[in-house]
Design a protein around this ligand. Structure first.
Ligand SMILES: *Cc1c(COP(=O)(O)O)cnc(C)c1O
Length: 375
C-alpha cells in the first residue's frame, strides 16, 4: 500500500515541543497559565483584533459568542447553510432556532442579498433575528462589507465563523475581525492546531472578559466558590496553548505553503475539461486551507465520486465539500432561504489533499490520478 496522503494533517515545527516542555517544567498543567495569556496576545495581534480568549474548541467559542450576544431561547439565528455542522449546533444548544441562508457563487459563502431577503421575511412574520453567522469556508473570505452593511441596517450582531480562515483577509482586514465577534478553531485538521482548541476574537474588551469568566465556570470574585450564573468549562489548557504559540511562529509559512498547493493544483488541472476552481475576487486573500475543485459531470464525463474513489484506491484522502445544513437529517424542517448554490457545490465539489506538510511528489501523485481518470 502506498503511503497515506491525508486531506489535512497536523504539521509541527519543533518549537512546539520546547514550549510544552516549558509548561511541564513550570508545572502550569491547567486550563490557564502563561502560555494561554501569550497565545491570546499572539492571536489578537495577528488578526488585528484588540482581544482574544483561548478556549477548548471553536464550537465552544461560537456557543459563548451567541450567549454574549444575548441570544435567547425562541430567538432565530441566521446561519450559512453551506458549512460544517459546528456553525449551527451551538444555536440549538441555546434553545434558539437556526434559519439557513444559501451561498453565492463568487465566494461559496453567505449570499448578502439572500440574507437581507431572509431578514425581511423573518421580521415580517414577527420573528426576532438575534444574530447572523457567516462562514469563511476553506479559507475564502465571505462578502463581509455587504454582510456587515445588511446586518447594520437591522442592528443584528454578526458572529464570524473564521474556523477555517486564520491567515485570510479581505482588503487587508483579517477574517475574524470583521464581525462583532469572530471565532477560530485549532482542531487537528485546521491550518494550525493545538490538538484541539479554539478562540473568540473581539475588539470589545468587556465581551472577551465575560467570555473568560463564563468559560471558567462563572466564578464570582469571592474566596469560596460562588456563582450567580451558569458557567462552562471551556478554557484552553496551558499545554495546548504552548503548542499554539509554536504554531503561531510559523503561521505565515503555513499559509504560503497552502497557497502554493492551490497554485500547483490550479496550474496542473485548470485545463482539464470539466474541472473548475474558486478564484479569489479582487481584494480577497484566502489562506487556501483546503483546495477544492468542482467536477462537472456533464463536461468531464466523470463525477466527483469517480475521482474520490480513484484517489481512495491509492490511499489518498479527498472529501466532498460540506453537505449543506438544509439537507442534513438533523435540521430537516428548519426554515431555509435557498438559491441552489450550496446544493450544486455539494454535488460537484471535492477537497483535495492540502496539508502544509505535503511534498511535491505527493501533489504530483494526486494530479496524475485525477488526470488519468478524467482523460
Ligand atoms: C472546525 C470548524 C468549526 C469547529 O471548530 P472546533 O474547534 O472543531 O470545535 C466550526 N466551524 C467550521 C466552519 C469549522 O470548519
Amino acid at each position: 500500500m502506498n503511503k497515506k496522503i491525508w486531506l489535512s494533517s497536523p504539521h509541527m515545527e519543533g518549537s512546539e515541543l520546547e514550549l510544552v516542555k516549558d509548561a511541564f517544567e513550570s508545572n502550569w498543567i491547567a486550563p490557564l497559565g502563561p502560555h494561554v495569556d501569550a497565545f491570546e496576545q499572539d492571536l489578537a495581534s495577528f488578526t488585528g483584533t484588540s482581544h482574544a480568549a483561548a478556549l477548548s474548541a471553536g464550537t465552544a467559542a461560537l456557543h459563548l459568542a451567541l450567549i454574549l450576544s444575548g441570544v435567547k431561547p425562541g430567538d432565530e439565528v441566521i446561519c450559512q447553510s453551506f458549512t460544517f455542522s459546528a456553525s449551527a449546533n451551538p444555536i440549538v444548544y441555546i434553545g434558539a432556532t437556526p434559519v439557513f441562508v444559501d451561498s453565492e457563487p463568487g465566494t461559496w459563502n453567505m449570499d448578502p442579498d439572500l440574507l437581507e431577503k431572509a431578514i425581511k421575511d423573518r421580521l415580517s412574520k414577527g420573528r426576532k433575528v438575534a444574530a447572523i453567522i457567516p462562514v469563511h469556508l476553506y479559507g475564502m473570505p465571505a462578502r463581509m462589507p455587504e454582510i456587515m452593511e445588511v446586518a447594520g441596517r437591522y442592528n443584528i450582531p454578526v458572529l464570524e465563523d473564521a474556523a477555517e480562515a486564520l491567515g485570510s483577509n479581505l482588503n487587508g482586514k483579517a477574517c475574524g475581525s470583521w464581525g462583532d465577534m469572530g471565532i477560530l478553531s485549532f482542531n487537528g485538521n485546521k491550518i494550525i492546531t493545538t490538538s484541539g482548541g479554539g478562540a473568540l476574537l473581539s475588539d470589545n474588551e468587556e465581551m472577551i472578559n465575560k467570555a473568560r469568566f463564563l468559560a471558567s465556570q462563572a466564578r464570582d470574585a469571592a474566596p469560596h466558590y460562588q456563582h450567580s450564573q451558569i458557567g462552562y468549562n471551556y478554557r484552553m489548557s496551558n499545554i495546548s496553548a504552548a503548542i499554539g504559540r509554536g504554531q503561531m511562529q510559523v503561521i505565515a509559512d503555513r499559509v504560503a505553503k497552502r497557497r502554493k498547493n492551490y497554485e500547483y493544483y490550479y496550474t496542473q488541472l485548470a485545463d482539464v475539461r470539466g474541472i473548475t476552481f474558486l478564484n479569489e475576487p479582487d481584494g480577497y486573500y484566502s489562506n487556501r486551507w483546503l483546495t477544492a475543485i468542482l467536477i462537472d459531470p456533464a463536461t468531464s464525463k466523470v463525477s466527483r465520486e469517480t475521482i474520490r474513489l480513484a484517489l481512495e484506491k491509492e490511499n489518498i484522502e479527498s472529501r466532498p465539500l460540506w453537505k449543506p445544513m438544509h439537507l442534513q437529517p438533523v435540521f430537516e424542517g428548519y426554515t431555509s432561504y435557498l438559491n441552489g448554490v450550496g446544493e450544486e457545490l455539494f454535488e460537484k465539489g471535492l477537497c483535495l489533499p492540502s496539508g502544509s506538510n505535503l511534498t511535491e511528489s505527493d501533489l504530483a501523485n494526486v494530479v496524475s490520478i485525477i488526470k488519468s481518470n478524467t482523460a
